[in-house]
Design a binder for this molecule. Structure first.
Ligand SMILES: [Zn+2]
Length: 316
């Protein structure tokens, strides 16, 4: 590294907030160093039999990518519909059948039927963004290119999640250490990282059968514990994929306007260029405040603000 670059790197974070009343949007929500996502593909029964209760016990959000036309899903559709009401979990599009399609028209249908199913059955804001995970279909059954896939996603309000490559639990990541390395990478590099599960081991002799690529209990439980501990230490923001996408998109063009000092504190407004109908994830604003404020953490107060809304005030 050149000497000049090094000095800039050292000075920049200090210069950003220099005096009480200064404010900035933190890289990730709540001032966490990185963002981290937990994803579960294919709607396997072990998702609600074992993964969801373990996630709920630790208040960990996650994305579940469902296939409405798949046998296992249909058998347990009633259970899934109950789970759709969870405030913690999000449900994503993994296409209607996971079986692929012939041409572009077939692809549009295969995506759209799943999108419609999610919009009809999962409670939530009308027209909201939905996460989409590309399925691994039989050979020769994915007859669209990347541009066509992106076009279909855009038309249906879908946001493509990052690729399976190098992130599959059981397939690429064999144990808790492999998985936790992804969360550590997120914190160390200030980026968004993720792990994609299929099945998890169900610790119940009455379970009947064990589904696909099950990660053993002795690996995923300590992994969830460590993810929750990293979150509690402020190292990672654990969130669903659409929230992470919204946060990054909003942050890219976010502007904070200082509206001046008030009797009790400081007033600000936050704007960004993203469409407020689709991008309504709160951004965390870090405000430098006088050292005497009792609600300050190391001289800063953190507030969550939905951009393009009303001005907000930070008070002691
Ligand atoms: Zn799949």
């Amino acid at each position: 590294m050149k000497a000049t670059t090094m000095i800039l790197a050292l000075v920049a974070p200090i210069a950003a907030l220099a005096a009480p009343g200064d404010a900035e949007v933190t890289k990730w929500a709540h001032g966490a160093k990185g963002a981290f996502m937990l994803m579960f593909d294919d709607g396997w029964p072990s998702a609600f039999q074992a993964a969801m209760p373990a996630l709920e016990a630790r208040k960990l959000p996650a994305d579940f990518y469902i296939i409405p036309d798949k046998g296992e899903f249909k058998v347990f559709e009633k259970v899934w519909k109950e789970k759709f009401k969870s405030p913690l979990f999000r449900f994503g599009n993994h296409t209607w059948s996971h079986g692929g399609f012939d041409g572009y028209e077939g692809a549009v249908e295969e995506f759209r039927k799943c999108t419609d199913y999610l919009r009809e059955n999962v409670p939530g804001k009308k027209g909201r963004l939905i996460s989409y995970a590309q399925p691994g279909v039989p050979a020769g059954r994915w007859n669209i290119n990347k541009e066509q896939e992106a076009e279909i996603c855009k038309a249906q309000g879908l946001v493509a999640r990052p690729p399976f490559h190098d992130h599959g639990a059981t397939y690429h990541l064999k144990n808790k250490d492999d998985m936790i390395a992804k969360a550590k990478k997120a914190a160390n590099e200030g980026i968004a990282e993720y792990v994609i599960f299929h099945g998890v081991e169900v610790d119940d002799p009455k379970r009947g059968y064990q589904d696909f690529w099950a990660m053993p209990v002795k690996e995923y439980i300590p992994f969830f514990d460590e993810v929750a501990a990293m979150r509690d230490r402020g190292e990672i923001w654990v969130a669903d994929h659409v929230s992470v996408h919204q946060y990054e998109t909003e942050r890219a063009t976010a502007k904070i306007k200082k509206l001046g000092k008030t009797a009790k504190g400081y007033r600000f407004s936050v704007t960004c260029d993203a469409d407020p109908k689709l991008y309504d994830c709160p951004l965390t604003v870090k405000v430098e405040v006088p050292k005497t404020w009792k609600n300050a953490k190391d001289g800063f107060v953190y507030v969550d603000v939905i951009p393009n809304g009303k001005p907000f005030e930070v008070t002691k």
